[in-house]
Design a protein around this ligand. Structure first.
Ligand code: FES
Length: 136
């Protein structure tokens, strides 16, 4: 059993409904959004070319990047079918008006912290989806 450690990154009132805020956790930038009644956290650097996802916009349960309109599911980080990119998401809690984000067991690497083997860095300097498995 592993202990899950959550770290305060903001006060809830600092993150209005439907808006993103860039916070830092161990030097890693994370975009925290209020989506309806809950808060979600996703890596701030867009896996396409690094724009801030906190400065994008919300479309239902997807964050849309303001640079090239690629979108990422706030629950899974999965990108749209157009690019096959994936962003890392983090668990969030709210306690006493504080927004806390789970500290990853392994520190994320900058600038594109993917540790699940789902995507790979290609020579064109873009994250691309690994050869799809049958269940992808
Ligand atoms: S930098 Fe985000 S879609 Fe291109």
């Amino acid at each position: 059993m592993t202990d899950r450690e959550f770290v305060k990154v903001a006060r809830a009132e600092e993150i209005p409904e439907g808006r993103g805020k860039t916070v830092e956790l161990d030097g890693f930038r994370i975009a925290v959004w209020k989506v309806g009644e809950r808060y979600v956290a996703i890596q701030d650097a867009c896996p396409h070319m690094g724009a801030s996802l906190a400065e994008g916009w919300l479309a239902r349960d997807r964050i849309v990047c303001r640079w090239h309109n690629r979108s990422f599911d706030v629950n899974t980080g999965h990108g749209d079918a157009r690019s096959g990119l994936c962003a890392r998401v983090f668990a969030v809690r709210v306690e006493g008006g504080d927004v806390l984000v789970e500290r990853p067991a392994e520190p994320p690497a900058q600038p594109h912290p993917h540790d699940d083997g789902w995507i790979v860095w290609d020579p064109d300097r873009h994250w691309k989806r690994r050869t799809p498995d049958a269940d992808d």
